[in-house]
Design a protein around this ligand. Structure first.
Ligand SMILES: [Zn+2]
Length: 300
């Protein structure tokens, strides 16, 4: 019996409104809802007076306008980016044009590996170049706030979470979300790194998570453990498929994701690929060439 993840999907908000969601934390949600972004990108504003903005969102000028309207009279001193997907980082260029604030991130989008000589990255913001590169454990301070960088590769190779130290509140980007599991899509997405980055959170003292999409997560550790178990179960499901002679990822997807609508199959296939790559690395699966979408797999 697969374990159930206690998803949290209830979200009170109004598009276009900067709302105080906790002491020292405000949020405005961009109007870019989709099966991948839930209600849209939650852009966080940390502090008051001289503020940091985390994940300005897509290249949506109206969103940036509303954000700046909502903090009129205040100054944006820092722009932080959790990772370089199109719903997170492109807005930083618009916000920088309007405020002059510097951008901070782990790095530009990962080059990724190639699949048969063809780049298979989707949704990466290749134009993003942070003004300042951040390292794991680094602490940045601004007007009344300090943010600790927590490097959490897996969803992307450059994913960074940020802890507001004054509140022990962790901005988790797409690493841990309440409404859904994260997509881990090779080559830039890496399942071994993702699971290690979940385990890293278990050693921390965060009291609450603020994901970029969806509601906050209080008492987050049981939730993180559920995600780790879920990934282990997915790996077991892949091994069951292969044991039954289902050797191709496209044939595994309907079996593993029986409840998923069919239009999500391509995304699910990339998640299965992430598990498969990890299992090949562990020696539990083998393949006839490169571990890729179209390959066939056998038990290792
Ligand atoms: Zn993302």
């Amino acid at each position: 019996m697969a374990m159930k993840i206690p998803f949290r999907r209830k979200l009170d908000f109004t598009y276009g409104e900067v709302a105080q969601v906790a002491p020292g934390i405000r949020r405005i949600i961009a109007e870019n809802p989709s099966p991948f972004t839930f209600y849209g990108t939650g852009t966080y504003i940390v502090g008051r007076g001289e503020v940091a903005v985390i994940d300005p969102g897509p290249a949506d000028a109206a969103h940036i306008d509303r954000l700046l309207d909502g903090i009129a009279g205040e100054t944006v001193s820092h722009i932080f980016v959790t990772h370089t997907h199109m719903d997170h980082s492109p807005g930083s260029r618009l916000l920088q044009e309007r405020t002059g604030a510097k951008t901070y991130a782990y790095g530009p989008h990962g080059a990724g590996k190639l699949e048969q000589g063809v780049p298979v990255e989707e949704g990466g913001d290749m134009a993003f170049q942070p003004d300042q590169l951040l390292g794991d454990g680094e602490i940045l301070q601004g007007g009344g706030w300090s943010l600790e960088c927590v490097y959490t590769p897996g969803h992307t190779s450059n994913h960074m979470c940020y802890q507001l130290r004054e509140r022990k509140a962790l901005f988790t980007g797409d690493h841990v979300m309440g409404w859904s599991t994260s997509i881990v899509s090779p080559p830039d997405g890496d399942m071994a790194a993702y699971i290690a980055s979940l385990e890293k959170l278990l050693l921390r003292d965060d009291l609450v998570y603020w994901p970029t999409h969806g509601p906050s997560i209080e008492d987050p550790k049981p939730y993180v453990r559920a995600f780790i178990t879920h990934r282990q179960e997915r790996q077991e499901q892949v091994l069951v498929c292969v044991r039954q002679g289902v050797r191709r990822i496209e044939d595994m997807v309907p079996q593993i994701y029986a409840e998923l609508p069919e239009f999500m199959y391509p995304a699910a296939a990339r998640s299965v690929l992430a598990s498969v790559v990890h299992l090949v690395e562990l020696g539990r699966l083998r393949t006839d060439g490169e571990a890729q979408l179209a390959a066939r797999y056998w038990l290792g």
